[in-house]
Design a protein around this ligand. Structure first.
Ligand code: 4NP
Length: 153
């Protein structure tokens, strides 16, 4: 059985494309499907932000072929787990949920790790080092998620 994981942020050009690429790079893609989406619709059809593409490439991950799409209510049925990057993403996603099952699928990505930082900060207005920080936060959480997914099979 394939486990389907959706990574969600606001724009789907900075954080969630990184989360998609990082998790995809760690899991067996025959048993885990990873996608990403944004709650906002500002960048639909666009590739990820060049700074996200650059930091991913630095660590050997190519996210340049991803294209931005908007989160849809259908994603609650299409995915098993929906990871959001911050609490405002959580509020925006939950607002579209119609069932308790749908709500129960939505989790903060950094809830998977024990650190003090609970939200992946939006790096959109940062310099490149903001993207480096975000990469490592997401990478730590994806390591834990991968171990959990492997234990499940
Ligand atoms: P993301 O960052 O949610 O990590 O993709 C953002 C990208 C673009 C915008 C906001 C956040 N924007 O307002 O255009």
């Amino acid at each position: 059985m394939i486990t389907k994981v959706l990574m969600v942020c606001l724009g789907n050009i900075c954080r969630s494309p990184l989360a998609e690429g990082i998790l995809q790079s760690k899991v067996d893609t025959n048993s885990v499907f990873v996608d990403s989406a944004g709650t906002g619709g500002y960048h639909i059809g666009n590739p990820p932000d060049p700074r996200s593409i650059a930091v991913a490439r630095k660590y050997g991950i190519d996210i340049s072929k991803q294209r931005c799409r908007q989160f849809s209510v259908k994603d609650f049925d299409a995915f098993d787990i929906i990871y959001v990057m911050d609490k405002s993403n959580y509020t925006n996603v939950i607002a579209k949920a119609k069932t308790q099952t749908a709500i129960s699928k939505v989790k903060l990505l950094l809830g998977e790790i024990d650190g003090a930082i609970k939200e992946v900060p939006d790096p959109y207005y940062d310099q490149q080092d903001g993207f480096e920080h975000v990469f490592h936060l997401i990478d730590s959480a994806c390591e834990v998620i991968t171990n959990k997914l492997n234990a499940r099979q």
